[in-house]
Design a protein around this ligand. Sequence first.
Ligand code: CDP
Ligand code: CDP
Length: 224
Amino acid sequence: MKLLTIAIDGPAASGKGTLAKKLAHHFGYAYVDTGAMYRALTLQAIRTNTDMHDEDALVALLQTMKLEPTVSGGIRINGIDVSNEIRTPEVNEYVSTLISIYPKVRESMVALQQQLGDRGGIIMDGRDIGSVVLPNADVKIFLIADVEARAKRRFKEYQQRGIDDSYESVLEVLKERDYADMNREADPLRQTADAIALDSTNLSIDEMFEAAIKIIDAKQKETY
Ligand code: CDP
Ligand code: CDP
């Protein structure tokens, strides 16, 4: 059977990573989390006190970084795994409203992502995968969920990880990030005409996975 390229886009905490990992395990495919790449640059900018309003300084910083997204959804900067460090409220605050808005930053990220996606048997998630990074993907899923459901999920995740943040603040930041991701000029979050929407608001993780499998099966039947 042909090895597929699967693109999953959608807003923050809609379940993209969870779904992508389950699908990758099911099909034996690689998984690339492109959000982790924007998060890694944000983390490095915080650590090096780089001015996050200065696009050229960010591009220069990116050039000093050997950014290695692992095929299991993690990420290394210059050989060091930062998969946990990138998922903090501080990184969340800057990643969507500053770091990912810059066209030159995006250009470098997209080039790297296209190299990784230049083969079948891959699942990539983000905001612009179906629209910009892998426009020829075999299957495009646009995963959505109500913002309150997403905030509850992220809040629960923070509680489990011992991160001190209130539900109200998580909800507020998610709304800000949704706005930034949908309204930036460069490669905004949008559903392409050939993407299939999947609403995970009232779906358990297993139900979401089953729904995605049905979408992929239907798409394969349509193609062959
Ligand atoms: O995990 P969560 O959904 O909260 O976010 P993420 O997927 O890790 O992405 C973090 C941020 O990076 C997003 O809010 C976007 O601003 C940016 N991003 C992007 O611009 N393009 C992508 N392909 C992936 C992420
Ligand atoms: O990658 P993205 O930010 O879109 O979302 P995620 O990190 O995969 O999921 C955010 C949280 O929602 C995780 O804690 C998942 O376990 C949870 N989740 C859920 O409870 N039910 C779903 N149907 C999907 C995700």
